[in-house]
Design a protein. Structure first.
Length: 636
């Protein structure tokens, strides 16, 4: 059977999806899910039924289905009316909602040709056959000669004629101690960083967040390659015995799952940085990328010391948890690393990032800025060519100092040093949002997404840009596409709640905020929930949330900005301005958005608001109908 929907032809016997003359890549499981939904398009297909149909003999988590649906939606895009082909029915399952036409099987089409009756899409079939033959010839040539290359006049060597994409899969911890997972994860992240510095115009490296989703996966190289749009996968393992490491790595071509290169290394822990540079150069050479002198210098690592390096890896491990407790622990390890080696630039950058984020969650802004700025400037002074140091300094200038000229200069320097740095593209895109440079912001955020496609925070903020432009429906549609990747990611629920508030859909907004609070329950969500109660006129409920927030402030640091936001929702302008003034004295990083935040619109016409924003050095003008920003934070 063959099915036609939108611009697609779904050919079941040949297990392929065509769009015009081009075959659309689908993983085997994605094909099976799509087939099951199309065949049952007259009803909602329960999640449990889909799981039994597609994974009949396997024990897999429901997240596998959610991820497959996400990939299918991303692959198919939107129909002519701007809707998805697959609809989510909350708490039940999925339904294929596009009109579908069944057409004759291929064997019947062949009979029609033999009888002299041209089939409706015969020209398409003929073109596909010619195209397939050409593609087979190209693949054969690639297999025989390796990655296609062209002469590079700047180096005198050969480089790929197109950008190669690589996924560094999480290294497997083969040590007897499971507590050594931090080492395997840390080495994976460091390898991603090293590879991203190698000719980024020729070699695109998928960032850490997306790569780590494949930890412990049983997916094949071909499946991962299709999902990530990657040409190569680097996989391997690490075994630790004392201070000695045995690292095994192999480079796999995703298209045919063949090994391109493999090597085993035995090194002291203190020599691992040099090893990573060695591996990066070997990989580049194997896929036809010559590392010139300027790139060679970026891979040369200084002597760090095994104890300092181990502390650094532990710091990054806890930093990546992105929780207040995790950040506090990260600070201790980064401080230990720089105490052991005062010239460790990367550890100073990690320390700066930890303090900067603690200032958004649990540390007064002025204290966070002082400590973070000293660490960031130390990192740059030690190693000016470290992109991470410049990105750290840029974030401080953007958030705490509101010095956006310095922030932009430092972000540009970070990306000049490492154009493949997804983290810097993301934060720079956020800065451009605050500056209302919408088109440039979109370019940076989409670049970050390209490098880190499974990052929830990047995908959330791509929608947040739409929200800031007051394109609320488009923002909500975007977030709905990504929420199934991680239903526990509270920021998307909070963002969606904000958009629904702006649309006046208070009941739906309340449900979204309640969902965010059930996942998180931090001060941010208490303030947001109180705001929506105030907007709904439920004053008693709003006052209850205010009491909870003030009680929490007696137990831990709560940014004054949150209290100001809640008073704004209640409609108590005097108290709102009182707490905004406290936020200013705290040097709150959250104030970077107040000048365009639609949740502060109830204050905007008050002369006190104009004076306050001018005091910050920002533009207090009301955003146009195509601009705006929002109040939910915890975004970086």
């Amino acid at each position: 059977m063959r099915y036609v929907f939108g611009p697609y032809r779904f050919e079941v016997p040949l297990r392929r999806l065509l769009q015009g003359d081009e075959q659309v890549p689908l993983t085997p499981k994605a094909f099976d899910v799509l087939l099951a939904l199309i065949e049952r398009r007259d009803r909602v297909v329960d999640k449990s039924e889909l799981m039994k149909l597609v994974w009949p003999d396997s024990f897999v988590e429901e997240a596998n289905l959610s991820q497959t649906i996400f990939v299918l939606r991303k692959t198919l895009g939107l129909d002519a009316n701007g809707h998805h082909y697959i609809e989510t029915v909350p708490r039940r399952g999925y339904r294929f909602v596009a009109p579908v036409q069944e057409i004759a099987p291929i064997r019947d089409e062949a009979r029609a040709v033999a009888a002299g009756t041209p089939p409706r899409d015969r020209l398409h079939v003929a073109r596909w056959i010619v195209g397939a033959a050409a593609a087979i010839a190209v693949v054969a040539l690639v297999a025989a000669r390796g990655w296609p290359v062209e002469h590079d006049r700047s180096t005198g060597g050969t480089v790929p004629s197109t950008t190669a994409r690589v996924v560094v899969l999480p290294l497997e911890n083969l040590s007897a101690d499971p507590a050594q997972d931090y080492l395997a994860d840390g080495l994976t992240e460091e390898m991603i960083t090293e590879l991203s510095r190698v000719r980024p115009e020729r070699l695109a490296v998928i960032a850490r967040t997306s790569a780590m989703t494949y930890k412990g996966t049983r997916k094949s190289a071909a499946e991962i390659g299709r999902e990530m749009g990657a040409d190569y996968l680097l996989e391997g393992s690490v075994r630790r015995e004392g201070d000695r490491l045995r690292v095994s790595v192999r480079l796999v071509r995703a298209s045919d799952q063949t090994d391109v290169w493999a090597e085993n290394y035995q090194r002291e822990l203190r020599d691992v940085l040099a090893l990573q540079g060695e591996v990066a150069r070997a990989i580049a050479g194997r896929i036809g990328i010559e590392v010139g002198r300027e790139h060679q210098a970026s891979l040369d690592a200084g002597v760090i010391g095994s104890d300092a390096y181990e502390d650094y890896l532990k710091g990054r491990f806890f930093w990546n948890k992105m929780t207040p407790d995790g950040l506090q622990t990260a600070v201790r390890y980064f401080e230990s690393a720089v105490a052991r080696n005062p010239e460790y630039a990367a550890a100073y950058s990690g320390l700066a990032d930890s303090y900067a984020n603690l200032g958004l969650w649990g540390l007064p802004g002025q204290e966070a800025l002082t400590k973070a700025k000293a660490a960031a400037e130390k990192a740059i002074a030690i190693r000016e060519t470290l992109a991470e140091g410049h990105a750290s300094r840029a974030f401080l200038a953007m958030s705490y100092e509101l010095d956006w000229a310095t922030a932009e200069r430092e972000f540009k320097r970070a990306l000049e040093l490492n154009p493949g740095y997804a983290f810097a593209h993301h934060r720079y895109g956020y800065l451009l949002m605050l500056m209302r440079r919408w088109d440039e912001s979109e370019v940076e955020l989409k670049k970050a997404q390209e490098l880190d496609p499974l990052s929830m925070i990047i995908n959330a903020n791509i929608g947040f840009r739409l929200y800031m432009m007051r394109r609320y429906d488009a923002a909500i549609a975007h977030w709905d596409r990504y929420v199934e990747m991680d239903p526990q990611f509270m920021l998307i629920h909070a963002y969606k709640g904000m958009a629904l508030v702006m649309k006046g859909q208070h009941a739906d907004a309340l449900a979204s905020f309640e969902r965010a609070r059930s996942v998180s329950g931090d001060a941010n969500q208490i303030a947001s929930l109180g705001y929506i109660y105030g907007a709904m006129g439920r004053k008693e409920d709003a006052q209850r949330e205010l009491s909870r927030l003030l009680a929490l402030a007696k137990q831990q640091f709560v940014p004054a900005f949150y209290v100001a936001l809640l008073y704004t929702g209640i409609g108590d302008k005097d108290r709102a301005f009182e707490w905004l003034d406290k936020a200013y004295k705290e040097r709150s990083g959250y104030l970077m958005e107040v000048h365009v935040d639609p949740m502060f619109d109830p204050l905007r016409s008050d002369p006190r608001f104009q004076r306050f924003v001018q005091r910050l050095g920002l533009d207090a003008g009301l955003p146009s109908a195509a601009s705006g920003t929002g109040a939910a934070k915890s975004f970086l």
